[in-house]
Write a protein that binds this ligand. Structure first.
Ligand SMILES: [Zn+2]
Length: 270
């Protein structure tokens, strides 16, 4: 049965639920990545029985389908995207907050667009990787909010598809595997993963330098979940996103998280 937004809202105010449900923090490079990539898991998969806190990394944005991504529009567009995230957090049932790093087009200018999706680009000298790694270490140890424990699991975008912002976050997290006390899983980035062959997926995961195994975290992705995501993010829905959703349904896709071998907690998975 699909867990409705109303039901999840009620769960949040149940003291029994608060004590028993594990806390999971999901690192979302941009405002839309959590519902796009793990929306089915939030509704009736592995995340449906967890207290989910999303932390957005690149909270300053100029990217919409509606206007060119000029830097002077960053304030109103970031505000609009926060409003979309409020809608999604209510629809899918998670808490969220956003860090304030500027996304790729703001850091590098709009002309950077064609270079933004490059799975082979060398990021080893990127100063943002240690910066984000330090922030992730703090995120791993602080309570999600008052009267809650720190997260029992962190999920991070795997960087599949080569979006530079996703890859920076994935690389930062990969460097922490084995160095922090809680497990880290890498979730498949939608819509990008839909377009990858098995060989491309393996090659891109290998760039993280960690031996990983996949875990299914949702039933088959459903049209109603996709419709909910489209409704929450009108500013982001270009054909690339909608076509990926159609392909996912046609292929019977499920959402997956890749864990360092043997580290998926037994309470997590479908
Ligand atoms: Zn993204």
């Amino acid at each position: 049965m699909t867990t409705s937004a109303h039901h999840r809202m009620l769960q949040r105010f149940s003291s029994q639920y608060r004590q028993s449900a594990p806390c999971v923090t999901v690192i979302s490079p941009h405002f839309d990545d959590l519902p796009l990539s793990l929306g089915q898991s939030l509704r009736n998969g592995a995340l449906a029985s967890c207290q989910v806190r999303e932390r957005v990394v690149f909270g300053r944005s100029t990217w919409t389908e509606w206007v060119s991504p000029a830097a002077e529009r960053a304030a109103p567009i970031s505000l609009w995207r926060r409003a979309e995230e409020v809608a999604a957090s209510m629809m899918f049932g998670f808490d969220w907050s956003a860090a304030q790093w500027p996304e790729a087009l703001l850091r590098n200018g709009a002309a950077f667009g064609p270079e933004m999706l490059d799975p082979a680009k060398d990021l080893s000298a990127e100063i943002l990787i240690p910066e984000i790694a330090g922030w992730l270490q703090a995120v791993a140890t602080v309570a999600q909010r008052p009267n809650r424990p720190p997260p029992a699991l962190i999920l991070v975008a795997a960087g599949l598809g080569g979006h530079v912002d996703h890859r920076l976050v994935a690389q930062a997290a990969a460097g922490l595997v084995g160095h922090i006390d809680i497990p880290i899983g890498f979730y498949e980035d939608r819509p990008y993963v839909t377009y990858l062959s098995t060989a491309q997926l393996s090659a891109q995961l290998a760039s993280l330098g960690v031996e990983l195994e996949p875990v299914d975290v949702s039933p088959k992705v459903q049209a109603s979940t996709q419709a909910a995501a489209r409704l929450c993010y009108p500013s982001q829905m270009k054909p690339f996103f909608r076509e990926a959703m159609d392909l996912d349904r046609a292929n019977g896709a499920v959402e997956r998280v890749w864990f360092p071998v043997g580290t998926c907690p037994d309470w997590f998975a479908t």
